[in-house]
Design a protein around this ligand. Structure first.
Ligand code: SF4
Length: 408
């Protein structure tokens, strides 16, 4: 949809070589880790005394996150220091990175600004859109206001939007495998309804998927259906009407195996209902798990085939891709999902329980004697936090990493 000239977004070139050079230096100083680089070069393993740590082959910052951070830093460098710059919510899901962004003087407003916040914005204010994108209505309002948008939406998220828009044009309801309240999924669902009469339904678990499949096949109580999925479907969605042709897409950071199961179950039920020869009219799917999420899940899958005593997963608690790494670990061995090294003490660890949505304490978490600890980190976790975790682990065994490096 094209905008009238007066509301067309203002463009500014942030990627000037001088700016990007300064940005690179600053980003490295904030997030780089020499220790992590050395472990990577050393086959992803570091051993001393009775402790061995093994880092997954792929971990930490993905290309989308790196780009979003670079653009936010570049925005701050491109405009005079007194020019207000606003960020919609969080740039990525990592508290330390968001603190750094605030330290640059970038102000956070809600990811879906209230009317009051919108009224306070002035034409020409700079507004950064985070890596997971923003809802169509929010973007429109900002454009109408005349704000300068620094759009850091990851290309992989935009690929999902494209797919969902296509479904909407073809009167196919988007079934989105994801968390209905996650910013990325909200932005994606807004694409399903923004350019026509499209509908969507968000499913998060296989149990929910089975419920939908059952409804498709046998029908059911519409009121129950709508209550169960409250907040996860488009306005006017009617399960008796809008589940006749469905297209599956997913939040980019879901667990691959689960997303495939969602696709398989819906496809099977559509074949049962309409027959194999009619499947193309009633079912579509497109794999929209991003490459970085896939690489991190694959690398952890390999690491988990090694004998490990425990796994540490580092990342923000609201990070979807990190929570799925923790889920993979939990299925195999004691797994601790922490946001930073301060959570580790000799006799206890404070870690996130994603099923209870809260931090919990585990005692005697670090076994005595010879142990191997696996480590991975989500796509929004910087290397300096991974380094802190590794240092802390060795420190808890009375070993100084500084000493190891000096002798390495
Ligand atoms: S996790 Fe994937 S979709 Fe999200 S920013 Fe990184 S590359 Fe993009």
């Amino acid at each position: 949809m094209s905008l009238p000239a007066s509301t067309a977004p203002k463009k500014v070139n942030l990627r000037r070589p001088d700016i990007m050079e300064a940005v690179q230096a600053q980003v490295l100083s904030h997030y780089r880790s020499e220790l992590v680089e050395r472990i990577r070069a050393n086959g992803h393993v570091l051993s001393a005394g009775d402790l061995t740590i093994k880092l997954a082959k792929e971990f930490g910052f993905c290309y989308g996150v790196e780009r979003a951070i670079d653009l936010a830093y570049a925005a701050r460098k491109s405009f005079p220091p007194d020019k207000p710059i606003f960020l919609l919510g969080e740039i990525i899901h990592n508290p330390e990175v968001n603190d750094q962004i605030r330290n640059l003087g970038i102000k956070t407003i809600s990811n879906k600004p209230t009317d009051e916040e919108m009224n306070q914005l002035r034409s020409d204010d700079v507004v950064i859109i985070p890596a997971f994108g923003t809802e169509v209505a929010t973007r429109r309002k900002l454009e109408e206001k005349g704000c300068m948008l620094v759009d850091t939406t990851c290309g992989d998220v935009m690929s999902v939007w494209k797919r969902v828009r296509q479904y909407s044009k073809e009167a196919v309801t988007s079934i989105i495998h994801g968390k209905a309240k996650h910013e990325e999924t909200k932005a994606t669902t807004s694409q399903a309804t923004a350019y026509g009469t499209g509908h969507y339904l968000v499913v998060f678990t296989l149990k929910e998927t089975d419920y939908v499949c059952d409804y498709i096949l046998k029908g059911g109580d519409k009121a129950d259906f709508l209550e169960k999925f409250k907040g996860a479907y488009s306005p006017g969605f009617d399960p008796d009407v809008h589940l006749q042709a469905v297209g599956v897409a997913n939040q980019t950071t879901m667990l691959r195996g689960e997303t495939e199961d969602v696709q398989r179950r819906l496809r099977t039920v559509m074949i049962q209902k309409y027959g194999e020869s009619e499947i193309d009219r009633h079912f579509r799917f497109f794999d929209t798990i991003c490459g970085a999420t896939q690489d991190r899940q694959d690398a952890l899958g390999k690491l988990l085939r090694d004998p490990l005593d425990l796994l540490i997963v580092i990342g923000g608690y609201n990070s979807s891709n990190t929570s799925h790494l923790a889920e993979m670990g939990e299925a195999k061995l004691p797994t601790y999902f922490i946001k930073n090294a301060a959570k580790m003490e000799p006799d206890k660890i404070v870690h996130y329980d994603q099923h209870k949505h809260t931090e919990i304490e585990s005692l005697n978490w670090l076994p005595k004697g010879k142990i191997t600890v696996g480590i991975t980190a989500g796509a929004s976790c910087p290397n300096n936090l991974i380094e802190d975790t590794i240092r802390r682990l060795f420190e808890l065994r009375g070993i100084s990493v500084q000493h190891l490096l000096a002798n390495g």
